[in-house]
Design a protein around this ligand. Structure first.
Ligand code: FAD
Ligand code: NAD
Length: 477
């Protein structure tokens, strides 16, 4: 194997593998160093996202929602489903099969693009040299004109709930349980807590979510967060805000949790715990101290707007750097960096990156929230349309939802779109395109949406911003 490359990418998650593929497409001799060992004990590409993140969590969200609907909602459609049973080990096996197929697919793409996969742990040395330590602890050194750091992130652990076997687990552990815990505590009401709490609630667990902050989903538009909390509570997720976990003790097959809230000290006994309190970038052993790579005060690799680190020819992308920890954000940074290395112009609009929480209903947003616009003193207008008034949502018998559009009152430019509702992860694409094309309320108003679709709710919300929605009374007229 050659030890000299145009580009070496360290990390083969959605940021790193996409960067490697785009570099190879642009004619650069590319290698990717990746150390992931999967559940089957084999090296795998795809990183957190494909192995223990986006994809496996969505596979279990899908399976658990179908089970939940079969038990609780089929009757609403006139379908009699008796003896419905969740075969949890089979769900896990199906999830594992999807993961294997997708990670194998990345391996195939590497071969097709002639990318060298160096299996092992990479460490950046001075002068763009990379030392790789393989599974047998053998070290090899490679060099490149450009190095892209993409080592991603890992779950944060907290001393008040140390991980223990399959009883107190992080998100990866909670994707592998083969039985449903009777009573489950989730620490952290963030994205992972809500998604994985929903999976196990649907499958039958009694779920208590302990969230340290007093606010629920503070990054989400307030109105949408309030509506979401109402839905989750109705579904039986017992979300306790302002709850700080002080200690957890495993006794037999139970966990005793001690936490404090506004009423003082509280006790909770559960069968299992998921710790979902955020993720930390993987910077340990990424470089030698003499490499002088700048790490910022939050433990992220410091980069400028173009993903350049302080070292010439060394770039960093994905969860390792500032910005939301999202797969699509990392992938687009990977593409942008590859194009910059190849001398092309590239563009990534950080103001138009969508976020989605894949609960039911799904919560999706892009752009500014109403509270942000108020804080910034922007003269804004808003349009809100409930799924209850959507013909398609009615036909689906899935009417819990709202679309909210925020726009500049002076220029008509759309500034934000916020949706809670079925399939909002797909609907939010309309908002992303509108922001990307610098579209206005008038642009959406002029657009013809198919009937009956959920996307008509976006059209109506836009019309509502100017007091001309058709299917609801307009309050501001
Ligand atoms: P990673 O995916 O973490 O990949 C980094 C890779 O680098 C890993 O394979 C790691 O083994 C490897 N590595 C680390 N150090 C070294 C080294 N020194 N040498 C060689 N290899 C190394 N995001 C979304 O956008 N949508 C979702 O639905 C979503 N769901 C999620 C669900 C869960 C349960 C979790 C945990 C995360 C989820 N995320 C989701 C977040 C998403 O997974 C991350 O934002 C994304 O994976 C980050 O990509 P990355 O390439 O930067 O890092
Ligand atoms: P998060 O930051 O979304 O939520 C963590 C929550 O835990 C916060 O609400 C925080 O206040 C709370 N918390 C922190 N310490 C606590 C403590 N000691 N006790 C109780 N609560 C505590 O983090 P996450 O849910 O772990 O997810 C990590 C990252 O992964 C996120 O940045 C997210 O972007 C990404 N992710 C994305 C998706 C998606 O796109 N659908 C899904 C999963 C994860």
């Amino acid at each position: 194997m050659s030890d000299k490359f145009d580009v070496i990418v360290i990390g083969g998650g959605p940021a790193g593998y996409v960067a490697a593929i785009r570099c190879a497409q642009l004619g650069l001799h590319t290698a990717c160093v990746e150390n992931w060992i999967n559940k089957q004990g084999k090296p795998a590409l795809g990183g957190t996202c494909l192995n223990v993140g986006c994809i496996p969590s969505k596979a279990l969200l899908e399976a658990s929602q179908r089970y939940y609907d079969a038990v609780n909602h089929f009757d609403d459609y006139g379908i009699e489903a008796t003896s419905v049973r969740a075969d949890v080990p089979k769900m896990i096996a199906q999830k594992d099969k999807i993961v294997q197929e997708l990670t194998g697919g990345i391996e195939g793409l590497f071969k097709a693009n002639k990318i060298t996969w160096i299996q092992g742990t990479g460490s950046l040395l001075p002068e763009k040299h990379v030392e790789v330590t393989d599974q047998n602890n053998t070290k090899s050194t490679y060099s490149a004109e450009h190095v892209i750091l993409a080592t991603g992130s890992n779950s944060i652990e907290i001393p008040s709930a140390p991980l223990q076997g399959d009883i107190i687990v992080d998100s990866s552990g909670a994707l592998d349980w083969e039985s449903v815990p009777e009573k489950l505590c989730v620490i952290g009401a963030g994205v992972i807590g809500l998604e994985l709490g929903s999976v196990w609630r649907r499958l039958g667990s009694e779920v208590v979510v302990l969230e340290a902050q007093d606010a629920f989903l503070p990054m989400v538009d307030d109105q949408i967060a309030r509506e979401s909390l109402k839905q989750f509570t109705k579904q039986g997720l017992d979300i306790k805000l302002g709850a700080r976990v002080m200690a957890s003790t495993v006794s037999g097959n139970k966990v005793n949790i001690q936490y404090t809230d506004k009423d003082g000290e509280q006790q909770l006994q559960v069968d299992r715990v998921i710790v979902a309190v955020g993720r930390r970038s993987n910077i340990d052993n990424l470089t030698l101290p003499e490499t002088d790579l700048l790490i910022d005060e939050r433990g992220l690799v410091h980069v400028n707007g173009a993903c350049e680190t302080n070292l010439p020819g060394v770039w960093a992308i994905g969860d390792l750097v500032r910005g939301p920890m999202l797969a699509h954000k990392g992938s687009e940074e990977g593409v942008a960096v590859a194009e910059r290395i190849a001398g092309k112009h590239s563009h990534l609009n950080y103001d138009a990156i969508p976020s989605v929480i894949y609960t039911h209903p799904e919560i999706s947003w892009v752009g500014k929230t109403e509270q942000q616009l108020k804080e910034e003193g922007v003269n804004y207008k808003k349009g809100v349309f409930p799924f209850m008034a959507s013909g398609r949502a009615k036909a689906m018998q899935d009417t819990n939802g709202t679309v909210k559009i925020l726009a500049d009152a002076d220029t008509d430019a759309v500034l934000g779109m916020h949706i809670v509702g079925a399939h909002s992860s797909e609907l939010i694409g309309h908002g992303v395109l509108t922001l990307e094309f610098e579209g206005t309320i008038e642009d959406i108003a002029h657009t013809v949406f198919a009937h009956p679709t959920l996307s008509e709710a976006i059209h109506e919300a836009a019309l509502g911003a100017d007091g001309r929605a058709i299917h609801i009374p307009n309050r501001n007229r």
